[in-house]
Design a protein around this ligand. Structure first.
Ligand code: TRP
Length: 367
């Protein structure tokens, strides 16, 4: 593929806006450290499979940290998004319950945080209708994340829901007036779309530049998550069979790590560029033991990949032991998981109903 000047311009614009998003995230983190009370966060994930070490280190620990810092925390299980790029829903109900168990076992406290499924919140979904009138078709077609998801479906046609799910995601964020959205970089186009929708709604219905805008303008909150790879040195993902899942036990974890890809050099060194697989195991062990990867490499010296795998296995199993114990307790108690979800859904419905009332008033539909 050739690089046109247009591509170069787009790339440099993306880099500049990414740098701005990181800078903004740092400002927000500093403000949270001072006083978390002005902040409400909403984040979420699709219940498409078991959560793994990458999710735990990159996402869940960060959510728990923000919750513990005093941010009002809302966690969405995006069950409707499961059908954006696939036909069936799989064992959806079980996955949702497992996900709630994963969240709580990883430190999300249902007494302080709200966990909910968006399919259970009618008023949230109703916001999608006015929001759809505020976006253009070409804008939707330009969304790079939607394009990437379509490309990943092997020639599947674009569905109406795939094309418009960023608008649905805007409803996820705006219904509860969240002002921070912890997400990965791939979600930035959706946050930008959400800000535009909030702005356009208030402008169209005469609330912009007044002291009573209906919506807040949310910011993405990016974090410098460690880049953990799967046991084959590729991106960690369930479909590749290279993940260490929270649901696995210590033996299954040992088995996964024993077959991890390494290289032939017996002297273990931390060199992510030239030795990505060995360095990934060092990185995992380093996070789990809170030592530097270099220190662990020195410790192993010329004892080879086998010793590295043993060390990484013990470190991961020790780190995850309390999470797994809690998780096992939770999955054995479906009634409790449902209770958490029902309470979360009730809280989400109360917020969504109030927001929809404001939207109806702004739109002169308050009969
Ligand atoms: N699209 C997100 C993902 O695939 C999940 C999601 C749905 C989300 N709604 C959201 C994330 C709102 C943040 C805010 O991971």
């Amino acid at each position: 593929m050739t690089t046109t000047s247009e591509d170069r311009l787009a790339n440099s614009t993306n880099e500049a806006s990414l740098a701005r998003s990181f800078a903004r995230s740092e400002e927000i983190e500093a403000a949270i450290a001072q006083d978390a009370s002005p902040f409400r966060m909403l984040s979420g994930a699709r219940p498409t499979g078991s959560l793994h070490l990458g999710h735990y280190l990159g996402v869940l620990k960060n959510w728990a940290r923000l919750q513990d810092a005093g941010v009002d925390s809302w966690f969405l299980i995006a069950d409707y998004q499961v059908i954006t790029d696939r036909d069936g829903v799989g064992t959806l109900r079980q996955r949702v319950l497992d996900m709630i168990a994963d969240y709580i076992a990883s430190g999300i406290d249902p007494d302080r945080s709200t966990i909910f499924t968006h399919s259970a919140v009618p008023a949230l979904n109703q916001l999608m209708l006015p929001f759809l009138s505020l976006v253009t078709e070409s804008e939707l077609h330009r969304n790079p994340t939607v394009k990437a998801e379509l490309d990943a479906t092997d020639g599947r046609a674009m569905s109406g829901l795939l094309l418009t799910y960023p608008v649905h995601q805007a409803a996820d964020i705006l219904f509860c007036k969240a002002n921070i959205v912890p997400v990965g970089q791939d979600q930035l186009p959706h946050i930008e779309q959400t800000r535009l929708i909030a702005q356009r709604f208030d402008r169209r219905y005469g609330r912009a530049d007044t002291d009573r805008p209906v919506f807040r303008r949310p910011d993405a909150l990016l974090s410098e998550a460690p880049d953990i790879l799967g046991t084959d040195g590729e991106k960690m993902s369930k479909s590749r069979g290279n993940t260490i899942e929270l649901r696995m036990n210590a033996d299954e974890t040992a088995k996964m790590l024993r077959k991890a890809k390494t290289d032939a050099d017996r002297v273990i060194t931390f060199d992510p560029v030239n030795r990505p697989e060995v360095s990934n195991l060092l990185l995992i062990a380093s996070i789990a033991t809170e030592q530097t990867p270099e220190a662990i490499a020195d410790q192993i010296g010329d004892k080879g990949a086998g010793a590295l795998k043993t060390l990484a296995t013990e470190a991961v199993n020790e780190m995850l032991a309390p999470v797994r114990a809690k998780r096992a307790e939770l999955v054995a108690d479906e009634a409790y998981l449902l209770e958490v979800l029902h309470a979360g859904n009730a809280a989400a419905n109360a917020e969504a109903d109030a927001t929809l009332d404001e939207v109806r008033s702004a739109m002169q539909m308050n009969y």
